[in-house]
Design a protein around this ligand. Structure first.
Ligand SMILES: C[S@@+](CC[C@H](N)C(=O)[O-])C[C@H]1O[C@@H](n2cnc3c(N)ncnc32)[C@H](O)[C@@H]1O
Length: 252
């Protein structure tokens, strides 16, 4: 049986805690992992060797054609040089995004990171170390266990394009539910490139091989995947790298 060693941090308000004194966890506790993740992305996120392979800053930057720092920083800038209140990061990310978020936390701020895979939470804990103001939760983005309006802001970095349409809709609906009125949801993800961008053909091929839901994702604006009754107070979208990437902000 595969086992994951997880470093630890104190108590969790919601969900199970993937970090206690150095301890081993069985992948049986991953029975909640959705089928699409097991089938389409086991090689990228679930296998312990995948984590060892992909957790390299240069590789993640290469996968984003050299844009990782720029996209990470645009997300960080949106949240401010000092983050206040409670911030939710939906899904772990390879590279140093979470570390950079953690160092920006103000005195009373808290970062909550959700992922459905314990191996990813363990990897995040390893990267950030033990910090009382960073709390990890094993939860499914489509069925969050936080009360309504629990967070001041929510961040999703390259999650939505990996989810089938139904899960994607549920994930966005959940982000809207748990973000308070006046808060922001910051999405950084792929965007359909301009028709003049040669990357369009390359990325279509890459998606066919590795990202089965991504073309469906970029066929519409993120707001169009939100629940029909949802009207944001403001929407802001900016694209990067010939429109291959986007930052979209929905103000709740
Ligand atoms: C944020 S996405 C992609 C990030 C980006 N490609 C990177 O460089 O890491 C990858 C993460 O999403 C998580 N994930 C996928 N589906 C999820 C779901 N339904 N709920 C919570 N986490 C999920 C995976 O376990 C994985 O850790």
């Amino acid at each position: 049986m595969d086992q994951v060693e997880v470093m630890k941090k104190p108590s969790l308000a919601h969900g199970s805690d993937p970090a206690s004194p150095p301890q081993t966890y069985s992948t049986e506790s991953d029975s909640c992992i959705p089928p699409y993740l097991k089938n389409a992305y086991w090689w990228a996120y679930l296998h312990p060797r995948a984590v060892r392979f992909f957790e390299r800053q240069w590789l993640i930057n290469l996968i984003l054609w050299g844009n990782f720092n720029r996209l990470r920083d645009t997300a960080l800038d949106e949240l401010g040089s000092v983050i206040t209140g409670r911030l939710l990061q939906v899904a772990c990310v390879y590279g140093n995004l979470t570390e950079r978020l953690a160092v920006r936390l103000g005195p009373d701020a808290q970062l909550d990171v959700v992922d459905v895979a314990r191996v990813q939470l363990a990897n995040t804990r390893k990267k950030i170390g033990i910090q009382d103001n960073v709390v990890l939760h094993q939860q499914d983005s489509a069925r969050l266990r936080f009360p309504d309006a629990s967070f001041d802001n929510t961040l999703m970095f390259f999650l939505l394009h990996e989810q089938p349409e139904g899960v994607r809709r549920a994930t966005i609906a959940e982000a809207i539910r748990v973000t308070r009125k006046g808060g922001r949801i910051v999405f950084v993800d792929y965007h359909r490139p301009g028709h003049w961008n040669p990357m369009r053909y390359l990325m279509t091929g890459v998606f066919k091989l590795f990202e089965p839901y991504a073309e469906n994702f970029w066929s519409r604006d993120i707001l169009e995947w939100a629940p029909p009754g949802f009207t944001p107070t403001r929407v802001h979208k900016r694209t990067y790298f010939g429109r291959l990437y986007q930052k979209t902000i929905l103000c709740v």
